[in-house]
Write a protein that binds this ligand. Sequence first.
Ligand code: GLN
Length: 498
Amino acid sequence: MSDLTALTAVELQSALAAGETSAVEVTRAHLDRIAAEDGVLGAYLHVDDEAALARAAEVDASGTAGTGLAGIPVALKDVFVTEGVPTTSGSRILEGWRPPYSATVATRLQEAGTVLLGKTNMDEFAMGSSTENSAYRPTRNPWDTDRIPGGSSGGSSAAVAGRLAPLALGTDTGGSIRQPAAVTGLVGHKPTYGSVSRYGLIAFSSSLDQAGPMARTVLDAALLHEAIGGHDPRDSTSIDAPVPTVVEAARRGAGGDLSGLRVGVVRELGGEGAREGYEQGVLDRFAEAVALLEAAGAEVREVSCPSFGLALPAYYLIAPSEASSNLARFEGMRFGIRVGDDGSRDVDEVMAATREQGFGPEVKRRIILGTYALSAGYYDAYYGQAQKVRTLIGRDFSTAFDGGVDVLVSPTSPTVAWPIGARVDDPLAMYAADLCTLPASLAGVPAISVPCGLSEGLPVGLQVMAPALADDRCYRVAAAVEAALGAPLTDRLAERAA
Ligand code: GLN
């Protein structure tokens, strides 16, 4: 077969099932492309050709290739621990660490017969929106290699958009699946909090972290979602409920009929209530996407969510607070590097030296911020207030969903991908990239980003948010948008390169 890296997971599935190709061939095609392109893109932190090919040969020998995801290569963000495979979370402090166990989602993908291509680059401990906070190297956007691929799952987005993997997993704490998907022309879904296991996911902010799929099409994302979702007794926040029927919803949505669906345009996010900070090209594509939904039969109205405007400050207190506690485990004793342990320093000095060298500036900024917000005397004024705002944001969602809309929509990101370096010295400008994604994170509700066109040649994403456990609605609406646009947006990237 000609170019196996151009195929979607669904297309690979049928080619494998028909015996037109093998898992080894598919894997080799992706490894070759990684060898050719990743020097520029920097999507991967770790690739093991031999292990991937051996695994693919095993799947071929088992005769299962083409059933479900068997024989299909995947890339995992380096935040997922993988037994025996280097895992750094984008940080120097974990350099050289090989975890003794695997994340539940990694185990589930292994059991499904997928082939692990490698671990993808990310902002250190998933803190960032551009992947420039990686301690190793920046990742570049395949649409324009002078621009960022989004973050923190920017290695995964660049890998899938650049056809260095058909599928990848990311994690989303405040937008880190949706925003990188949006700026690279992919589909990315943040599942309902608690519906995908967090076991073996290196914690950033435990009440927000959620793993999810990134793919070039809605159906591909749904297949990956189904493979990783569902209850896990090893995660105490895991919901004991069936995985929403996302694959069925993606297929149904592709029919293009949304009659009966009630859509709310969030006034404060790209609706009439918010024009500042949004690029005109993004607002134009968003308006066109809303018109597409209407043309597909949906009933559209504007909905006000007055507390959404407070999501940014609330998130940037809650997430650093939890991070300051979660990151206390990196003290140079149990994992990764140890600095200054030459017999002349006591244990506190070794810990301090390890953390000083092992953590980058953004991680230190968050630890300090979080420690401050949690300290006696400031707790009520900062952390406590942020938690109250979080409750109000949840109420805005309930009011909207109880008040007669099935989904809420907004742009995923207020801007397209910006030039590498443009925001590195301005943390607040970096944080502003999360404006639209944070409300769903704080409320724990599912949200998808689906491509809705280009602005100045760069991808724009539409965000679709639904009530908790109604992830299928996100997929249904996204599939209808995808069908209306005719072809996956990344096809245009491939045409441009050809
Ligand atoms: N950009 C946000 C942050 O820096 C979100 C990150 C994420 O979702 N992991 O915290």
